[in-house]
Write a protein that binds this ligand. Structure first.
Ligand code: F6R
Length: 366
């Protein structure tokens, strides 16, 4: 059942080239300019006309929501707010019948997310669900939705569900951008072609496994990790830190790299591993300076870079290279080494990777 892998989590990490492909299947054919999602089709107009979009989710699904905020605002120019479902449901939020709420949930059973949906519904908002488990409570409670088609996720730490969520949200942002005329046809076509190449590039990123195992051995006894990223890689930093906390029980914090100087930089010394996601994108130059700031305080830098980069590797202690892609799609690649890093560290620490202490796959309590 684990397909020859030692744990479900590892199997699921390695399934990602296939699960992303399954998620794209029938929804995008770049050669034909075909881009469409059946569950989304009848709501395209409504989404295109929306004044704003609210995204509610928890945990890893919330991180996928943060990526979506950047994607939708950038490609479709519609304001997006992302909120933890647990906060949204208890704080008397402003919401009405013109709002569209996207609820993201792997299990489709998360109590806080379900309650947020019910609240938004009672105010007349339109609810769109992005779930992995077919027929789940959230899938049934929404007006419409799209499944992620990642297949059953057994490991408690979410991996392939995250990349599938980001894939669906990317398609939504692209469809919205096309409908609203906020994305040029050539750019849209280029993005489609690039998205189609992502499963192959994820496959390439998975070949980092052995290299990451070696890095894991160096840092497995660290008591704390910092994860830094900017732009599209900021939510990836949060996700990398969450993965490490969940399964290895090492304290970790994800931060937007520029926020470091407002506090967390005080933590950095020679004992602090700092994972910097520093791929070639519009914030690359800025993150180079952030790496220098960490180095100047003797922090140990583990950098995720774009293949062929020779600037960051000259400054970092450890470097892993992911293939080049459009910055909108980079989270799908840059998260892979972070999933593997948390997995190997947890295994080396003798932790129960698939069923970490105190956690459940579906959080059906508030
Ligand atoms: C992270 C993790 C949790 C879930 C969260 C939401 O690895 O497993 O943080 O992401 O409980 O769960 P879903 O997506 O099922 O609503």
């Amino acid at each position: 059942e684990k397909g020859g892998y030692e744990h479900f989590m590892l199997k699921e990490i390695f399934e990602q080239p296939r699960s992303i492909l399954d998620c794209l299947r029938g929804r995008m054919i770049p050669e034909k300019g075909h881009l469409m999602m059946s569950g989304f089709f009848e709501y395209e107009n409504k989404f295109a006309k929306a004044n704003r979009i609210l995204i509610v989710a928890c945990g890893t699904s919330y991180h996928a929501g943060l990526v979506a905020e950047y994607l939708i605002e950038d490609l479709a120019r519609v304001p997006v707010e992302v909120e933890y479902a647990s906060e949204f449901r208890y704080r008397n939020p402003i919401i009405n019948e013109n709002d569209i709420v996207i609820a993201i949930s792997q299990s489709g059973e998360t109590a806080d997310t379900l309650a947020a949906i019910e609240l938004a519904k009672s105010k007349g908002a339109t609810i769109f669900g992005i779930c992995n488990v077919v027929g789940s409570s959230i899938a049934r409670a929404t007006d419409a939705g799209a499944y992620t088609h990642a297949g059953p996720e057994i490991g408690v730490a979410s991996t392939k569900a995250f990349t599938a969520q980001v894939t669906v949200l990317t398609l939504i942002a692209m469809i919205m951008g096309r409908r609203r005329g906020t994305i040029e046809t050539t750019k849209l076509n280029q993005l489609m072609v690039e998205l189609e190449s992502i499963p192959g590039k994820v496959e390439q990123a998975l070949q980092l496994d052995e290299q990451i195992q070696k890095i894991s051995a160096v840092f497995k006894d660290a008591s704390s990790f910092l994860y830094l990223g900017r732009g599209y890689n900021f939510p990836v930093a949060l996700e990398g830190a969450l993965k490490l906390k969940e399964i290895s029980y090492i304290h970790a914090e994800g931060y937007p790299a520029a926020e470091m100087k407002h506090g967390p930089i005080a933590l950095i010394d020679e004992h602090m591993p700092v994972v910097v996601i520093a791929t070639k994108d519009s914030s690359y130059e800025k993150i180079v300076s952030n790496v220098q700031e960490v180095r100047a305080r003797k922090g140990k830098v583990i950098a995720v870079v774009t293949e062929g980069d020779n600037v960051i590797p000259s400054m970092a202690d450890y470097v892993v290279e992911v293939p080049e892609t459009n910055e909108h799609l980079m989270p799908l690649l840059s998260v892979i080494p972070l999933q593997l890093l948390s997995y190997h560290i947890a295994v080396m620490r003798g932790c129960n990777v698939d069923q970490p202490r105190n956690l459940a796959k579906s959080v059906t309590v508030e």
